[in-house]
Design a protein around this ligand. Structure first.
Ligand code: G16
Length: 543
């Protein structure tokens, strides 16, 4: 088959964000746009001739077309084999699993994660390295640099590969292996958790509801919860993956997973509820009329890991992203293991896991995972919780409250201001930087400022430094306000305010987080002049 070199010119907006390149579908559908970025990846990763690649996506609009283009380009660029999920489907954790199990050179994931899909929605692409994890910054920066000077890309002329049947076919000199997207992943889950105990829990009247949000986890959840664990079929809702996620916003939080939230807060609610996002790496955990913050969830998984077969040998350490609450730090201290604080982005956990420094990782943005793969993992978190529930035979709420009683409660909330003009968002961040000096040691209401900085991180494994990772204002009582611009949005800017305080007093643990954090919220709005500068009087999403 003929390899063609196609002349092209650079696009100036192909800088990967927190997690790969995410843009509107229309942007990706422009002539040469996807091809330029894919060629820039291939130019930056130095894969040897004949290397194997994993490839799959969350099934969103443009997934199939993009898979065909990438296959033709992989063939033209000398790859020997591509493992692609049937129908072009692989969740993000499943890609990580496949890369590691079959020791591929790397993998390409097509997803814009929790962003909406469809012709007017978002599309995305990210590269994962041989450890199964997101490419580190030195690779994403090389890809960006390559995208700015690209002059041609390589592709072969060939008919579409049949993606719906398992098995091998040839594309030029390259083999395309269409694999079952679910099997390897489900097997890995079965090796970590006590499926017999969970099966017993579910057969004893404990009711669960999992919302796949019409995204990629539907087939995975059906196989694991229904087929392997015996949950009734209606335990999995919105299980059919749709190219536009049924018009929904596949972000598992209290705002967007409203069908699940209504079920768990309604009459005759199930005992346990969970949801995952577009590509299956996020999770939200609910008890009956009870929300578990992602920060608490990480801490509780760590404190109960000894109950789970895959983690009974103990944890090497825990890592959390900077804006995630310090609840996990308290568990790490009690277990006498290290706790690392990294910038936002799962890619920062990879080195720590590869070096054996941490076992569990988590982020406030509904991401939790472990060193079983190198991505956060939505269904893994759900199974971890079910394993704990099966072992402790208590409700979700009781487990959380007992945790707070033992460790204290890190009261936590995140306020997102989505889609604000870039200038206004940058103005707020600039103002915060300019005022640093004034606030050191200042008294703001009932809080005294202990420190103010812009978070920077030195990777303890390779010494790489990441600066400008979010403005932190720490108070003497351990409370914190963090301001950060999101790196995953595609429309305007999203400003996030992360709020945290520590409450050791059990008598106050019942308080609603917004109530408990009210003064800090007021301080955050005042010092950032956010309302004045953006014209917004309330956040778009509160979690
Ligand atoms: C991605 C990253 C996460 C990050 C999240 C939010 O998640 O993998 O590490 O916490 O975005 O990032 P930001 O605050 O910059 O929007 P996902 O699930 O979108 O891939």
């Amino acid at each position: 088959m003929q390899v063609r070199s196609v002349a092209t010119t650079p696009f100036n907006d192909q800088k990967p964000g927190t997690s790969g390149l995410r843009k509107r579908v229309q942007v990706f559908c422009q002539a040469h746009y996807l091809e330029n970025f894919v060629q820039s990846i291939f130019a930056s990763i130095a894969a040897p001739p004949g290397a194997t690649l994993a490839l799959g996506g969350d099934g969103r609009y443009y997934n199939r077309e993009a898979i065909q283009i990438i296959l033709r380009m992989a063939s033209a660029n000398g790859f020997g084999r591509v493992l692609v999920g049937r129908g072009g489907i692989l969740s993000t954790p499943a890609v990580s699993c496949v890369i590691r199990k079959y020791q591929t050179y790397g993998g390409i994931i097509l997803s814009a994660s929790h962003n909406p899909g469809g012709p007017d929605g978002d599309f995305g692409i990210k590269y994962n390295t041989a450890n199964g994890g997101p490419a580190p910054e030195k690779i994403t920066e090389a890809v960006y640099a390559a995208s700015k000077k690209i002059a041609q890309y390589r592709i072969i002329d060939a008919p579409d590969v049949a993606l719906d049947n398992l098995g091998d076919s040839k594309l030029g000199d390259m083999i395309v292996s269409v694999i079952d997207p679910v099997g390897d992943y489900a097997e890995l889950m079965e090796s970590l958790f006590d499926f017999a105990a969970i099966r017993k829990l579910l057969s004893g009247g404990f009711r669960i509801k999992f919302d796949a949000m019409h995204a990629v986890t539907g087939p995975y959840a059906r196989e694991i919860f229904v087929n392997r664990l015996g949950a009734p079929p209606d335990s999995v809702i919105n299980a059919e993956p749709l190219a536009d996620f049924g018009g929904g916003h596949p972000d598992p939080n209290l705002t967007y997973a409203h069908e699940l939230v209504e079920a768990l807060y309604g009459a005759n609610a199930p005992d346990f509820g969970a949801a995952s996002d577009g590509d299956g790496d996020r999770n939200m955990i609910l008890g009956r009329q009870f929300f578990v913050t992602p920060s608490d969830s990480l801490a509780i998984l760590a404190a109960n890991a000894h109950l789970v077969p895959g983690y009974q040998q103990g944890l090497a350490g825990i890592a959390r992203s900077m804006p995630t609450s310090a609840a996990a730090d308290r568990v790490a201290a009690a277990l006498d293991i290290p706790c690392y604080e990294t910038p936002t982005g799962w890619k920062f956990f990879g080195n720590l896991m590869d070096a054996g420094k941490v076992t569990l990782c988590g982020e406030e943005s509904f991401g939790t995972g472990s060193d079983h793969i190198r991505e956060k993992d939505g269904l893994w978190a759900v199974l971890f919780w079910l394993n704990i529930l099966a072992a402790r035979k208590q409700s979700v709420e009781t487990i959380v409250r007992e945790h707070w009683a033992r460790f204290g409660r890190n009261v936590y909330s995140r306020h997102d201001y989505e889609g604000i003009p870039g200038d206004a968002a940058n103005g707020v961040m600039r103002l915060l930087h300019e005022r640093f000096g004034e606030w050191q040691g200042a008294q703001l209401g009932n809080y005294r400022v202990l420190f103010c900085d812009d978070f920077s991180y030195t990777d303890p494994v390779d010494g790489s430094v990441s600066t400008g990772q979010g403005v932190r204002i720490g108070f003497t009582d351990g409370s914190r306000i963090v301001f950060r611009l999101s790196g995953t949005g595609t429309e305007g800017a999203t400003l996030r305010i992360y709020l945290e305080s520590f409450e050791p007093d059990v008598a106050k643990h019942h308080l609603d987080a917004q109530e408990a954090l009210a003064e800090l919220i007021g301080i955050a709005l005042e010092i950032s002049e956010l309302r004045e500068r953006t014209g917004r009087d309330r956040p778009t999403v509160v979690t």
